[in-house]
Design a protein around this ligand. Sequence first.
Ligand code: ZN
Length: 292
Amino acid sequence: MRQFRRLISLFMAMLLAGALFARPPRKVLIVDGQNNHAWRETTPVLKKILEETGLFQVDVATSPPAGGDMSGFRPDFAAYRAVVLNYNGDPWPAGTKAAFEKYVRRGGGVVSYHAADNAFPEWTAYNEMTALGGWGGRTTEKSGKMARFRDGKLALDSGPANCGHHGARLPFVVTLRDPNHPIVTGLPREWMHAADELYDSLCGPAQDLNVIATAHSDPANRGTDQNEPMLMTVRYGKGRIFHTTLGHDVAAMRCVGFIVTLQRGTEWAATGKVTQKLPTDFPTASQVSLRQ
Ligand code: ZN
């Protein structure tokens, strides 16, 4: 009996130590509520992908619907380590924009997911954070240069042209351009992404932009024949931004390449480091790999 009690107290001590030393999950906020994409389907998938790392506790801030009264939409950005943008809709109130800019300038993390780079064409600071965007009336004259990868380096093309385009959803190869970046260290140099929109002709301020991965936009699929940025990092003040153009819909989000880069990119945006182990089911250059 005494031995049993001793075992119990040892067990309790271990639990207590675990509680004391385990790092609490970092708080992440997904912002949604308006999008020309199926945000009601994709937000739960984003949340699941992030929470299954054990690193994040995810809340969701949903705006009023398009045309609604936005004056009360004031997410508490400062309470989070990273904000994942799944929003493409009406302008936010001035106070909310100012709070978001302050949050990022002071070191907050941001993840711009797929059509988030279509949002807010008129908001200068937002476009500086995403570095590149498309649609919403963006042109190279108004919004900035197009960023492509040519001859082993970033090339900035001035138009004149409209910004933002994609062909049909097909699988395509993603090529790492900064393989030593913590988000992609150890991943294959090339991997086959599941059928998705391959964004091309994005343009913007492109300041403090680091292109981590590109994909070749195939002219046979109405593409540009250019290597277009797919995964990027951007600095804004002390803030870190991870920009992924991938993940049009729930089917594309099943790609292990999308999942892993979102998980690692969010950790990098939140902390500046990546502690996640390399997955064993990553796609190869020729083979798509999907999770349920
Ligand atoms: Zn899309």
